[in-house]
Design a binder for this molecule. Structure first.
Ligand code: GUN
Length: 291
């Protein structure tokens, strides 16, 4: 069994991005600049945004953090988005989700100029990705495809089963995995799928993105399959400095005995998601998506 080391691959990619930034600046370009908008004080969101800001520093990007309290009015948030859309010093920005219930996430996503939507959540980017046009692709799906590529995992003609159909992971990943560069035959399974175990056992590549800790057990995995665990449920723990630990969607020990490759949690998909946002920001700074 091969452990897919997302942390190592992401570190290599960060090094590549840092080198590109140096080249970009040497040829007269400006420093890539990412902004993050954080509403409220949700523990998970605070952590993820802090990582995004730290990652920018590590590769030589400029970053800005814009904070609002969780009682911010939707119009105020939308006005800030308008301002960020117009800000010519910014290559891209993200609004960390989830947002408080009184704010429409869809309205917020659609208010972002697709040219600056480095999360790849705007329908224009999703639509462009679906028909194979240059687009910002959401970070987790992009990171997973890159991880498979860098581990030289054979995908041509293979059966890929994705459990989960979210707009951020399962749905866009199903499109990427069926594109010509990847060529898998994709099944999207979800909470209403009948005989889920049987469907999963048909997978050469099984991707768990349900958000339910330990949902995929050893009986659901074919001998020799490649297993990608997207789950990152935060649970309280007295064994870590932060007071939390991350639990994947896959029961690691029993699945690891059967599969050929598996991603750990943490240290698998998570670091790839983080680096993909940097890559999208770099693509924006270089003008490579929207010419
Ligand atoms: N919340 C969970 N994942 C993400 C992400 O990739 N981007 C944003 N903006 N919010 C998130």
């Amino acid at each position: 069994m091969i452990l897919i080391d997302g942390k190592k691959v992401a570190a290599e990619m960060k090094q590549e991005i840092a080198e590109e930034v140096i080249k970009l600046k040497a040829s007269g370009g400006r420093t890539p600049h990412l902004a993050a908008v954080l509403v409220g004080h949700d523990g998970g969101s605070e952590t993820y945004v802090a990582y995004k800001i730290k990652d920018c520093g590590a590769v030589g990007f400029k970053s800005s953090l814009i904070r609002f309290e969780d009682n911010v009015a939707e119009v105020e948030l939308l006005a800030k988005i308008e301002e960020l859309n117009e800000d010519e010093t910014l290559d891209g920005f993200i609004v960390q989700l989830p947002l408080p219930k009184h704010i429409s996430e869809q309205k917020v996503i659609e208010a972002i100029n697709p040219r600056k939507d480095v999360d790849g959540f705007h329908p224009v980017n999703v639509g462009r990705m679906v028909i194979g046009l240059p687009a910002y692709v959401s970070a987790t799906p992009f990171g997973i495809v890159e991880l498979l590529k860098r581990y030289k995992i054979e995908t041509n003609g293979k059966n890929c089963v994705i459990v989960g159909r979210s707009n951020i992971v399962g749905r866009p990943l199903s499109i990427l995995m069926s594109q010509k560069a990847v060529n898998t035959t994709v099944t999207v399974a979800h909470s209403r799928t009948e005989n889920l175990g049987q469907v999963c056992r048909n997978a050469d590549i099984l991707i768990a993105a349900i958000g339910v800790p330990g949902y995929i057990n050893g009986n659901m995995v074919k001998e020799g399959a490649v297993v990608i665990d997207v789950g990152t449920t935060r649970v309280k723990s007295d064994q870590t400095k932060s007071g939390f630990k991350l639990i994947g969607d896959v029961l690691f020990d029993e699945v690891a005995e059967k599969c050929s490759h598996i991603t750990p949690v943490p240290g698998g998909v998570g670091p790839m998601t983080r680096v993909s946002l940097l890559l999208n920001t770099l693509l924006s700074a270089k003008g490579e998506i929207y010419k």
